[in-house]
Design a protein around this ligand. Structure first.
Ligand SMILES: [Fe+2]
Ligand SMILES: [Fe+2]
Length: 196
């Protein structure tokens, strides 16, 4: 771990509650393991994992104030469901508050909840690590998705998106349109592969 990452880890510990910090460590170590599997930089994956939920415990009114301060545009879904804001805001705080300059680390934080069409490897790693870290235990198909993450990351990402959309639909929770867009993108990719 670099000195920068060590310092950021300490700072993030102070702004998260105990359970959220425990989850954060789970994501960071899982992301590091996936980086090892796919030949990516382990420290960058660990750092993105440490940062991904750094805005999660900020009270909603403060979240809105910070978005205003940093001129972060919010969608109607985000205004209605402010918990969705923590990814975007986390990426901006990663830069402004924690001094991270690595654009790909910041974008992995930004898209960790919804993903986006055409994710980079690091973005897919954080998106997946957030879902499969050892502290998670409620999602269906976790056993299978955890294995798949270390076999074929893109297939794991597609499965996570599908299961997330199913879950939100049954719970009648708001869906960020980006999640649907990302799911359709990854489904079309896997159709391309299977039709070859
Ligand atoms: Fe999150
Ligand atoms: Fe998370």
């Amino acid at each position: 771990m670099t000195e920068e990452t060590r310092i950021i880890k300490k700072k993030v510990k102070k702004v998260l509650d105990k359970d959220r910090y425990q989850h954060t460590l789970g994501v960071a170590y899982t992301a590091a393991s996936l980086a090892m599997r796919y030949g990516m930089d382990v420290d960058r994956a660990f750092l993105a994992g440490i940062l991904h939920d750094c805005a999660k415990n900020i009270p909603n009114d403060e979240k809105f104030a910070l978005c205003k301060k940093y001129k972060i545009k919010l969608s109607d879904v985000e205004i209605a469901a402010p918990s969705l804001i923590h990814s975007k805001l986390g990426a901006v705080l990663g830069e402004k508050l924690y001094g991270v300059k690595d654009a790909e680390v910041l974008s992995a934080v930004k898209y960790h909840t919804t993903g986006r069409p055409g994710m980079t490897m690091l973005e897919m790693i954080i998106f997946t690590a957030d879902y499969i870290e050892p502290g998670r235990n409620l999602a269906p198909n976790l056993h299978e998705i955890r294995q798949m993450a270390f076999i074929d990351l893109q297939t794991a990402v597609t499965k996570i998106l599908g299961d997330t959309l199913d879950y939100l639909a049954t719970k009648k929770q708001p869906v960020d349109p980006m999640t649907e867009k990302t799911y359709n993108y990854y489904c079309s990719l896997s159709e391309d592969v299977s039709s070859k």
